[in-house]
Design a protein around this ligand. Structure first.
Ligand code: SAM
Length: 270
């Protein structure tokens, strides 16, 4: 990823979107995970620390470290995070982690590998710095799962352009979730679990339909600046997409879903 081509950007509204996203998606991201036996955790691509904030609440015994390439996001994280949580934020590149081998009980990425040109190199680094008894946890989207039923053409058109912009400009793979097992196996790691996670679903009554639609709308809108500047979309497309979300909000018969994959693996035996 070149940071100039990063689809979501680093604005203040992106900071707010990431914090709201972490709250709304806490169940698909963290549901079923048990950190009670762990002492140290590294999140690579932590942005403003929204996920680390939630992990600190779930597992206060953990020593938490977050790493990100973006100084802007890390500054926002320092300003926002509670000092009492004692989260260490480090600027660095996921491809060459500034940590010794076998340093952490848990290393993880959440919504990061989709933005990278060489996700396998980053997974290799996560495996290097995790302890032999530790776990690497990868939670990543598969954008092919995003759908509305019946199809909403203005939303589909925007989503297609969003994915093209992300892949071509940023160099990432928006469907990386479906490829995690292959990447991890090629590195010789042992897969402990790999499961689809329901990121957003109109069938999920534990989260309000309006909140889930607002999330999707903000996700799609987060790409607008780069999509418009680089000719992937027009203002007319953006207005049509926004109007379609407003219409869907009032039509409860319209179903929607969006999924990810969570893979847990262990370092290859020495
Ligand atoms: C969508 S955000 C994910 C944020 C966070 N995991 C969360 O769920 O709130 C992706 C993050 O990956 C970071 N990133 C992208 N490439 C990176 C790299 N090579 N090294 C470190 N961080 C990187 C971006 O700066 C951005 O903050």
């Amino acid at each position: 990823m070149t940071h100039a081509g990063y689809i979501h950007g680093f604005s203040d509204s992106e900071r707010r979107r990431l914090i709201a996203q972490a709250q709304l998606l806490a169940q698909p991201v963290f549901g079923g995970l048990d950190f009670s036996g762990d002492r140290s955790l590294l999140e690579v691509g932590c942005a403003v620390g929204a996920e680390l904030h939630l992990i600190a609440q779930r597992a206060p015994q953990l020593s938490l470290t977050g790493l990100d390439l973006s100084a802007t996001h890390l500054r926002a994280g320092h300003a926002w995070l509670n000092r009492a949580e004692r989260i260490r934020l480090v600027q660095g590149d996921a491809r060459t982690l500034p940590f010794a081998d076998d340093s952490f009980d848990v290393t993880l990425t959440i919504w990061v590998l989709e933005h990278l040109r060489d996700p396998a190199a980053v997974v290799g680094e996560l495996l290097r710095v995790v302890k032999p008894t530790g776990r690497v946890i990868l939670t990543e989207v598969d954008n092919r799962t995003f759908c509305f039923d019946p199809t909403q053409p203005a939303i589909s058109a925007w989503w297609d352009a969003f994915n093209r912009c992300q892949a071509e400009l940023g160099g990432g793979d928006p469907c990386i979730g479906g490829k995690l097992r292959h990447i991890v196996s090629a590195l010789g790691a042992e897969v402990l679990a790999a499961e689809p996670r329901r990121v957003i679903s109109s069938a999920d009554t534990s989260r309000a339909r309006a909140a889930q639609l607002r999330y999707l709308r903000e996700l799609l809108a987060s790409g607008a600046e780069r999509m418009l500047v680089h000719g992937y979309a027009t203002l007319e497309m953006q207005h049509a997409m926004e109007a379609a979300f407003t219409a869907v909000q009032a039509r409860r018969e319209v179903a929607f879903r969006y999924g990810a994959v969570r893979l847990i693996c262990q370092k290859p035996a020495a």
